[in-house]
Design a protein. Sequence first.
Length: 271
Amino acid sequence: MTDPLLPELLRLAQEAARRAGELLRDGRPADLAVAATKSSPIDVVTEMDIAAEKLITDVISDHRPDDGFLGEEGASSEGTSGIRWVIDPLDGTVNYLYGLPTWSVSIAAERDGERIVGVVAAPMRGETYHAVLGGGAWAAGAWAGERRLAVRPAPPLDQALVSTGFNYVAEVKAQQAEVARQLIPLLRDIRRGGSAAVDLCDVASGRLDGYYERGLNAWDVAAGDLIAREAGALTGGRPGERPSRDLTVAGTPGVFEPLQRLLEDFGAWHD
């Protein structure tokens, strides 16, 4: 890590993610899932989401007032330093609402449009993942110290475990279900985790062979994409393209390209 800016940005992202994760974990009402079909818990989740994003932007701005922001909950500023922070304060909102553990805080730093630092904190897993450009991907959790991440050796596609996600719009979800129906017989199995950031980290850590999803925003994938790539994964969108709202694909070398081709053949990127 020869660039002296990278350790500073990494430490700041880790601190902001830790504090936001604690706010979300400790501030979640114990009975939130009881009324999960009513409007009130949605309001509570939205309030927690906004509070977490404000905490993150405040922590960063206190140290780096000239940086820009792009956040899911509305944080948007250009900044003058060349650094922009891309923030998803609560990735996996429905999991959080229902008390499922797979939700995360995702923070990435970009310099002149290139992602250079990524941190994903998954508080209910007790795990935090991070990467800096060119420095590998790492995780801290129940094991002692930090562990360097590496993708699994690529299996044949019919032995690959792949995760995906589904849109909240019924028509889009129906099309995604059709793509999944065609894929399932060609894979070991499909999972639906509920947090894009965690899915990308699971590819990085060897818990998944691949991941794909349509309709993601920059804040959903900014940190996880860097972590996955630094662990040896390939990432992209449609063939020859970068990840986008049309399609995001990640996988071990050997799984990525055949999975990407199948998704293109099955029209995973359109209605």
